[in-house]
Design a protein around this ligand. Sequence first.
Ligand code: C2E
Ligand code: CA
Ligand code: CA
Ligand code: CA
Length: 275
Amino acid sequence: DKDKGGVSISFYEPGMEEAAKRRAMIESELRSALIDERVEPYFQPIIDLETGEVIGFEALARCRASDGSLLMPDEFIPIAEQSGLISRLFLQVLKKGCLVLRHKPPHMTMAINLSSLQLSDDWLAEQILAILTETGVAPGRLEVEITETALVANFEAAHAMVTKLKRQGIRISLDDFGTGYSSLRHLSELPFDKLKIDKSFVARLGNDEASDTIVRTVTTLAHNLGLKVTAEGIEDDAHVSFLQGIGCEYGQGFLYGRPAEASRRRVTEDAANED
Ligand code: C2E
Ligand code: CA
Ligand code: CA
Ligand code: CA
């Protein structure tokens, strides 16, 4: 069962008690993984849709459980948030991500996901900068992703955080766009660099007139606000042609590559060289 990835308990029934047990198990796995540095980024390429070149990566958290199985973020991120571990998790993913990014060509960027709970973390900007300095990564190569839902739920905190990070030269993307209910005011008052169209709309391109219209309209709106657009969840060539046709700049999805472990060699060498 180890190899199935994502599920480390084989026999559990979806009862309340079982769910509570699994939750407790994940929390304890997460705590020990943070101590042993078994929380790590998987990297998914982001492509320039015009040239087909890789312009960077999104770092997506994975947690290696003590039995070797891989826990997935849809399950452990909410638990990390509820148990006060989200900030440590973020910093561990950021640090490991930067150790990989610094060996990539300097034009490449790394995107990383921020939890809504981190928007009011007064230390976050300093902690990010310390890691960038320590790993030698220029702030302009880091892109912090904030979901539309988090933005709407905490507009004032998001405003303050985005302003602070932008002042340091870090880029900001508005993630999962189309799933929240942001207004033009939300969009125009914050200095975002990019807008990421949620994969649920991209998945329906071509079979659903409404999705085509939404994706086209959102792209135009973003361009009018001076933002670049990334479409996530690109799975086939038809998606690509449609997105190229409407001038969407960047794309990400299984068509180009699934999130994958960075090759461990460079990182391990670094760790050895640093001591
Ligand atoms: P997200 O930020 O929207 O990340 C994109 C998710 O879509 C990833 O799932 C990725 O594997 C998946 N995906 C990419 N391309 C395709 C595609 O073509 N088709 C389909 N069906 N899916 C695709 P993943 O890695 O399981 O992450 C799920 C969510 O967990 C992320 O959604 C993000 O909200 C959250 N997450 C991941 N890492 C972190 C983290 O370090 N911190 C925080 N706060 N949240 C994280
Ligand atoms: Ca994201
Ligand atoms: Ca997303
Ligand atoms: Ca998502």
